[in-house]
Design a protein around this ligand. Structure first.
Ligand SMILES: *Cc1c(COP(=O)(O)O)cnc(C)c1O
Length: 426
């Protein structure tokens, strides 16, 4: 007699796994990208940048074409390319003219680059907890954290869901604080018909290999403000050596880097940009199938999407409810044991990293916190209870962008989750 799969023993406890073959890694690259890269290589001009005043300070033909195409598609005045979105965040924070020791409010549920960009300008990250359902920075927490030294708020559109930038902008305008949108994971999300990343004073996207669309490494910063855009372009390309020609921009934080994108990356990124809708639509379709199943299961919450918002589903962020009576980590291990890759049982709590807990970044004397001896900054467990509970107890994610998720692979993922749920008593 055949035993239905959903009733068969969990692989975690020695049963047959649903899947025994590795999932195919996702690739968005095609012949058009290959041809674009090939043509640039044969042209011999792999970078058009010069660290000198003039046209070539703004990059080569493909870099500028990519920036124009991006600005058009996202309906912004300026798109500035960089060699990574980490570099983009450094440019964005640097463009704000903040003073060493100033504060920048950020969520803890994000990758370290969001905080590192603040520290790189000797400013101090202050962590605002996230909302329990969206995982994004909670505006109602932010307002209470604004101090006379707060200069910016960085919202992160985590897992592909836009943060509530409209509300953050309202708070920002009231207190003279700028809003930066880390939209690394939301290249095509919408909030009320507006592209994620473009509602903030400065926003931007990652073109890193692991993101929806990419050029291996790369990033794009967007802003409608001419002055901010100019300052970011300078920081990208050795600002201090060029500033004599741009003295009206001021000298504050005009310490430059080499964050320039190559012509090869720009040519590839331009092709990827033309395909962003197609690439993201596929992740949305995969998510829909998984969410349709998950919505029927007790004790497993699908992603919350506020009305008027379109999610990019970089990661499918779920929550295991306490009511399930089974620990999240065990659920995650059981699904993984069924042969499903990319199951996450935690994410990041930046406020609990040693650099913050010990308040040590530059050298060993507590800089930049030492600039603010009059104020005590709090980090560590207890500071962001919602993000901590997500990380320690309830969050369960599926990394949608790491694997192709063919129809067959989606079926197996659904079978595996179904099987684990059918066997929860074990
Ligand atoms: C990927 C990512 C970054 C960094 O982007 P890179 O292009 O890899 O430097 C920053 N913030 C978030 C939220 C990210 O997901």
């Amino acid at each position: 007699m055949e035993i239905p799969l959903s009733k068969s023993k969990l692989a975690l406890f020695g049963g047959m796994p649903v899947n025994t073959r590795p999932f195919a890694p996702r690739s968005t690259m095609g012949k058009d990208e290959a041809r674009a890269a090939y043509d640039v290589v044969l042209s011999g001009e792999l970078s058009g940048f010069l660290a000198a005043p003039g046209e070539a300070n703004l990059g080569g033909r493909h870099v500028r074409a990519l920036e124009h195409a991006w600005a058009d598609l996202y309906k912004v005045r300026h798109a500035v390319s960089v060699n990574s979105w980490t570099s983009g965040l450094v440019c964005a924070v640097g463009a704000l003219c903040l003073e060493p020791g100033d504060e920048v409010i950020i969520p803890p549920w994000t990758m370290s680059a969001t905080a590192a960009a603040v520290l790189h300008w000797n400013a101090i990250p202050v962590f605002a907890d996230v909302e329990p359902r969206t995982f994004n920075i909670d505006p109602s927490v932010v307002e209470a954290l604004v101090s006379p030294r707060t200069r910016a708020i960085i919202a992160v559109d985590i897992f592909g869901l836009p943060a509530n930038v409209r509300e953050l902008k309202r708070i920002g305008l009231k207190h003279g604080v700028q809003v930066i949108s880390d939209s690394a994971q939301t290249p095509w999300a919408l909030d009320g018909g507006i592209r994620a990343g473009t509602l903030a004073d400065i926003g931007g996207y990652s073109l890193n290999y692991h993101k929806h669309i990419h050029s291996g490494e790369g990033g794009i910063i967007v802003t409608d403000d001419d002055y901010t855009a100019q300052r970011m372009r300078l920081i990208r390309n050795h600002a201090e050596s060029l500033i004599s020609g741009y003295s009206y921009l001021g000298l504050a934080n005009m310490i430059g880097f080499n964050f320039r994108m190559t012509e090869v990356d720009a040519a590839i990124a331009a092709i990827q940009l033309a395909r962003v809708e197609e690439v993201v639509s596929r992740r949305r379709a995969i998510s829909k199938r998984l969410v349709d199943l998950i919505s029927t299961l007790p004790g497993l919450e699908p992603p919350f999407v506020p009305s008027g918002v379109e999610h990019d589903y970089y990661i499918l962020g779920l929550q295991v409810s306490e009511s399930l009576g089974v620990e999240r980590d065990l659920v995650g291990r059981a699904i993984t044991a069924e042969g499903i890759p990319g199951i996450m049982t935690n994410y990041v709590n930046l406020h609990r990293l040693p650099a913050f807990v010990h308040q040590q970044a530059f050298g060993s004397g507590g800089f930049p916190w030492s600039l603010r001896s009059e104020r005590k900054f709090e980090y560590g467990t207890g500071v962001c209870p919602v993000a901590e509970a997500l990380n320690d107890k309830s969050f369960l994610g599926i990394q949608l962008c790491n694997y192709e998720f063919t129809d067959e692979e989606i079926d197996m993922t659904i079978q595996a989750i179904d099987k684990v749920w059918a066997n929860l008593v074990e």
